[in-house]
Design a binder for this molecule. Sequence first.
Ligand code: PMP
Ligand code: GLU
Length: 396
Amino acid sequence: MGIELSKIVQGIEPSATLAMSAKAGELRAQGQTVYNLSVGEPDFNTPRHICEAAFKAIEAGKTRYTPASGIPELKKAVVEEYKNRCGLEYAAAQCVVSNGAKHALHNSFFCTLNPGDEVIIPAPYWVSYAELVKLSGAVPVILQTDESNNFKLTAEQFRAAITPKTRMLLLCSPSNPTGNIYSGQELGELADIVLENNLFVVADEIYDRLVYGDNKFVSFPTLRPGLQDRTIVINGVSKTYAMTGWRIGWALAPENIAKKMSSLQSQETSNPCSVSQYAALEAITGDQSCVSLMVSEFAKRRDYVAGRIAEIPGLSCAEMGGAFYAFINVKKHLGRKLGGVTVNNSKEFCLALLDQKKVATVMGSAFGTEGYIRASFANSIENLQEAFDRIAEFLA
Ligand code: PMP
Ligand code: GLU
């Protein structure tokens, strides 16, 4: 008999976004042309001045261990940037730099949750949330939101879901996978319930700078006095600066929690990559015009994708205020025979679309909501044009 898996990992699913992207990669390796709208990562190269900061760091021998929770310069830059942009004061000791925002999320859950604690997660949610919560032994409580309310959790829904075991609310605005953005008013109503019930919040703000049109990002802990002590803010450089491979993210947390995250990290992974930290420092403190350029390009693509979805019979999509995803309603096509294959759910839809038309997307079921597929528009307009032509053919 082989070695038995632990009970906790038996319940963990692989990341569907990364799995779909890997499938697209395998087809490409076989020589096929694939339009990859699955994984959410900017298609731009990391801006040159950021790469140069990394070259310089290597030349200067910054290639050794750093403090486990990150270099002091980077923590200082993170808290200063947050203060300038959002107006909240954090001490550098409240910032823990990790191997991507994903790792910062893991640290946050692991340091605050106990087995049996309930974490409220509005669906559709980013694929890794429920799995990371389960890894800490806690229980994800999934609340389905409604497309007619642009997939936002309402105060009534939140209040009704609270039990004596509820510990935390997980928020992601702008959202992966829907691109929705909560207004200050909407977040304020949720914040009041958090405070009344002594709950904690993990606010994943990784898409905070990728916001389009008149939409405005509001940082959760700014909404009410006292919220900062009940919130862990998650962010990083992956999305804003096209730095997914560098693996730098962070948490801003109450000091006792930040201290424990730092201890946990010192035992589990040590510091995040030293060179990447110097690159992230340049990203935050250097010229920001690269961000505006990328955002204006994403905005054009968003408008293009919204137009294409509206044109294809039987598809629809709620407003995308930020991030770079379209969460497309495909319910009208479920149950149909598409290219000889009956497609009954979002997974079968995505697999048939990839198989027949070589367009990779991610099934809504991976985000906890059936009847939808997610398409990333972090792709050139040319690629998006060809991909949506193929989707239209697939459904014709
Ligand atoms: N949160 C959300 C909502 C995301 O979409 C991602 C994308 N990977 C992450 C966290 C993790 O980002 P990172 O690459 O910094 O780990
Ligand atoms: N966050 C991105 C996505 O949702 C990257 C992949 C991942 O980390 O899951 O596609």
